[in-house]
Ligand binder design. Structure first.
Ligand SMILES: Cc1ncc(COP(=O)(O)O)c(C=O)c1O
Length: 443
């Protein structure tokens, strides 16, 4: 483009390649937001759209919180960047401490990254480094699950249980094996933890029996599989995974990128389900979505093995890994301001209190003919719609029509995923359910 040529940016501009989006369809029918406040987005023509997905599971406090914006602004004026390698800054330590105050006891070491995908890859590397450091370097396989989503790095692609992740890019890293998913016919329309399916945890034991525990580094699962439709773990399932991992020296990693920071009514799903993993990944709501940031919370014993007990000279890195923007000052400032709000406004308790009303509203949509399943836990829920002959087509239409009708959510395939801000009132939830009903009934 000639330098002098001034083009007003618009959707008709050809330059922005949207991620995870049917670009041709988007350009034909753009779905844009230009402003947000509280639980509402606003379209460029000023229409109000209720945010039923906290952005992308990122913004449970709601939009436009001045305290977070001001903390970021102030931080950028004071210290805008510091090398994350061999240098640091006070807010990095403060943010790590604030996060560690929320994690289950013992998961006290916080490694910062910038996205959920990076956190997952980092957790995989920590698992491998840990086993090597303790003389069990043959442990290089990972067990995850069908219908899992662990991001888009090659590690995450390998762990994810999604065919579309692999159709284009192949299997990602070798040595990932998958347990069956837990979405069972017997549990259709079950809200909360379903009754059936705890025995599916035995798939981990089958993997161990087939490959040998001495070859398996970690079992990585989302406590609730979020992106593929809010698949809530059957009663007892996560506890059984914990038992098997402990028995066989396999690390248990919870990917809490969606479930972290109150979505399940406690700080983390690990606490809601009473199961302590060895590592947890988190992102999104760590800064209320305001700055890119993610983290891995690591058990002290793993850190000790890799770092404190390292036989290498003190001048050598104990863990050869990190990102330029790990613990970026602005992200740390945003995380601290966000956690301040979570605590002052007791928002995790609020999520817990609002959950019953939200889940009742969701399940009230059960009678709509095209709805084939509804599930939910805490402040997250999934609504499956009957597919057309083209899988995902109806889900896509659902999300587009909702936008036109004033509601924002995420769809994956033929599932609509709701994860409202914890600051929603019962009136907002009623509005959300009404728009869903109107839209689904008309489809
Ligand atoms: C459980 C889980 N892990 C990892 C990711 C990847 O996060 P990101 O898109 O920030 O890389 C996601 C994204 O939704 C996720 O839900």
């Amino acid at each position: 483009m000639a330098a002098a040529e001034k083009i007003e940016p618009s959707v008709s501009s050809d330059h922005h390649w949207l991620p995870f989006t049917p670009n041709r369809d988007f350009h034909a029918e753009p779905k844009m937001f230009s402003r947000a406040e509280g639980v509402y987005y606003y379209t460029p023509d000023g229409r109000q759209v209720l945010d039923a997905c906290s952005g992308l599971f990122t913004t449970p406090i709601g939009h436009g919180r001045k305290e977070i914006a001001e903390a970021v602004y102030k931080q950028l004026l004071e210290l805008d960047f510091v090398s994350s390698f061999q240098r640091s800054h006070p807010k990095a330590f403060e943010a790590a401490e604030r996060v560690a105050n929320l994690t289950p006891e013992g998961l006290d070491k916080i490694f910062f990254c910038n996205s959920g995908s990076e956190a997952v890859d980092t957790a995989m590397k920590i698992a491998m480094a840990y086993h090597r450091a303790r003389g069990q370097g043959s442990r290089s396989m990972f067990v995850s699950r069908e219908r899992a989503y662990h991001g888009v790095g090659f590690g995450g692609v390998a762990l994810s249980g999604l065919v579309n992740n692999r159709r284009t890019f192949g299997p990602g890293l070798p040595n990932a094996i998958h347990m069956r998913h837990t979405h069972l016919k017997e549990n259709l329309f079950a809200m909360g933890e379903p009754e059936h399916g705890a025995d599916l945890a035995e798939d981990l034991l089958r993997a161990i029996n087939l490959h040998g525990a001495e070859n398996i580094a970690a079992c990585i699962v989302e406590p609730i599989a979020g992106s593929t439709g809010v698949l809530v773990p059957p009663k007892g399932y996560l506890k059984r995974l914990r038992e098997i991992c402990t028995q066989h020296g396999v690390l248990l990693v919870f990917d809490e990128v969606i479930t972290g920071f109150g979505r399940t009514g406690k700080a983390f799903a690990a606490q809601s389900f009473g199961v302590k993993p060895d590592m947890m990944t988190m992102a999104k709501a760590i800064t209320n979505g305001v700055q890119p940031m993610s983290a891995v919370a690591v058990d002290n014993s793993i850190y000790k093995t890799i770092v404190e007990d390292s036989p290498n000279p003190k001048a050598a890195n104990e863990f050869f890994h990190g990102y330029t923007w790990s613990a970026h000052p602005a992200a740390c400032a945003a995380a601290i301001a966000t956690i301040d709000i979570y605590e002052k406004e007791r928002l995790f308790e609020r999520a817990n209190q609002m959950s019953a009303y939200f889940l009742e509203g969701l399940i009230s949509l059960k009678d709509i003919p095209i709805v084939t399943d509804i599930r939910g836990y805490g402040m997250a829920g999934g609504i499956d719609v009957a597919p057309t002959q083209i899988p995902g087509e109806r889900g896509h239409m659902f999300q587009k029509k909702l936008y036109d009708n004033g509601l924002h959510l995420k769809t994956t395939g033929d599932c609509g995923i709701l994860a409202p801000p914890f600051t929603m009132t019962t009136d907002h939830i009623d509005q959300m359910v009404d728009i869903c009903r109107k839209t689904l009934t008309a489809m």
